[in-house]
Design a binder for this molecule. Structure first.
Ligand code: ZN
Length: 87
């Protein structure tokens, strides 16, 4: 996990990070591009203060910033693990 000191949308986008949002209630996860979000709202909004809302209606969510390539590798690793388990 990466914790940039400046965690505004603009700063996070500049670091090439991607936001992983996890719902505390149902565990639903979604990814957001901070660059896209910063066009929709004030780019100086802290990522923890972006008013995300889950499909289940919960607003209690956890936001984590990851490097884009790290997340992709992580997903590939998970896929690989699943593939090995199903063999
Ligand atoms: Zn939810």
């Amino acid at each position: 996990m990466v914790s940039p000191i400046d965690s505004t949308l603009r700063a996070v986008a500049r670091h090439g990070l991607i936001l992983e949002v996890t719902c505390d209630r149902c565990g639903h996860q979604a990814l957001f591009d901070p660059g896209w979000l910063s066009q929709k709202m004030n780019p100086l909004t802290d990522i923890k203060r972006v008013p995300f809302r889950c499909q289940c209606g919960s607003k209690t969510i956890k936001v984590t910033a990851y490097p884009d390539d790290w997340l992709r590798r992580q997903r590939e690793a998970e896929k690989e693990i699943r593939r090995q388990k199903s063999d």
